[in-house]
Design a binder for this molecule. Structure first.
Ligand code: UD1
Length: 332
């Protein structure tokens, strides 16, 4: 087998989810290159043997050079902006980073003849679903530019796959959390906003407590319900999705990535208290703009399509891994 047949270019590979995908690819025997502009990523998240290109995915000339120097069997595309409220205040920034630059990346992949593309999409494409669990064929009605910017990229991929010899997987993530079980990577993003990360920061003393955004939702305990998925299980789903694309090059896949069960904000904070043996200070605050009450995946499609066996579904395990990483960060 030629070398390029086992080579993947990972965009955003120095970021939270991308760095875990790099590890999962390596564990599965893939050679990996990374392109990352380090706007939020951290080069130290990458194993030293990974070829690293410090640059922007909007730079088609750079991408052409990278593909010419080392042909890739696939692109895994994680680079992008992910903060929902920021997308509301800076929509054009989000359409630029997430949509316009994805177009450049897809064009470069097509020009170089890369046959497979795995894209990091989001449950935010569903907006406020009429019913949960939400399946892939539910209405796509994003309620923020973040979700819209990702949905546009899905559309570009669908149209590109119809016109060119490329198939793709768009994986719609629910709430990604946790860290590499072996402690090799985790979420290092400064000014994080994600609940489990924020709770872990409170445990290690980086913040005073955790705000509960909304306790009057139509949910069992009044707080928001989400489907938290362990980042290592998510990374594994990417490797399996790539293998499925290779096995059936005329088929593309659009699949939810979640466990199909929801936890409320209070349940997550209870888990953090249990795992850490502390009581995190909680402060009830008004709802955050644009937060749907409940978002839980119908994951029957991914389970029927890929031999995906999640290993870290347990909420306490997710929190424990996130906390272990947070302690490592705190220790410098
Ligand atoms: C959102 C997106 C998701 C995206 C992710 C990336 C939606 C519906 N979901 O997830 O697609 O991948 O951002 O950034 O747009 N909460 C608190 N206190 C906190 C933090 C959060 O109560 O300090 C609550 C939120 O109100 C929500 C839950 O915890 O109910 C999870 O919030 P968060 O971790 O920020 O993720 P989402 O907003 O669900």
């Amino acid at each position: 087998m030629q070398e390029h047949e086992r080579h993947v270019l990972v965009t955003g590979g120095a970021g939270y989810i991308g760095s875990h995908a790099v590890l999962a690819l390596q564990d599965a025997g893939w050679q990996v290159s990374v392109i990352d502009n380090l706007s939020t990523g951290n080069r130290a998240a990458l194993p030293p043997e990974v070829a690293f290109h410090h640059g922007d995915i909007g730079n088609e000339a750079l991408l052409a050079e990278i593909f010419a120097a080392r042909p890739a069997r696939a692109v895994m595309h994680f680079a992008g902006s992910i903060v929902v409220p920021e997308s509301v205040s800076d929509p054009l920034g989000y359409y630029h980073n997430n949509t316009v630059k994805s177009r450049a990346l897809i064009a470069a992949a097509v020009a170089a003849g890369v046959p497979h593309f795995v894209f990091s999409s989001t449950a935010a494409v569903y907006g406020e679903p009429a019913k949960v669990p939400v399946a892939e064929d539910s209405a796509k009605a994003p309620i923020n530019p973040y979700g819209a910017s990702k949905l546009m990229t899905e559309q570009m991929l669908a149209d590109t796959a119809a016109a060119h010899p490329l198939n793709y997987a768009a994986l719609r993530y629910f709430n990604v959390a946790g860290a590499d079980p072996e402690g090799r990577s985790g979420q290092s993003t400064p000014a994080a906003t994600h609940l489990i990360k924020v709770a872990c920061e409170a445990v290690v003393g980086k913040r005073e407590g955790v705000a509960i955004f909304g306790s009057d939702f139509p949910t069992p305990d009044g707080t928001g319900v989400r489907d938290y998925i362990h980042v290592a299980d998510l990374a594994q789903a990417h490797v399996l999705a790539l293998e499925a694309l290779i096995a059936e090059p005329t088929r593309s896949l659009v699949m939810n990535c979640g466990y199909g069960r929801g936890y409320s904000v209070r349940e997550v904070l209870d888990a953090a208290d249990r795992v850490a043996g502390t009581a995190i200070a909680r402060q009830e605050q008004p709802r955050r703009a644009g937060d749907p009450p409940a978002l839980v995946a119908d994951n029957s499609l991914i389970r029927a399509t890929l031999p995906w066996t999640p290993r870290y579904e347990d909420l306490d395990t997710i929190v424990a891994h996130a906390l272990a990483w947070e302690r490592k960060l705190a220790a410098g």
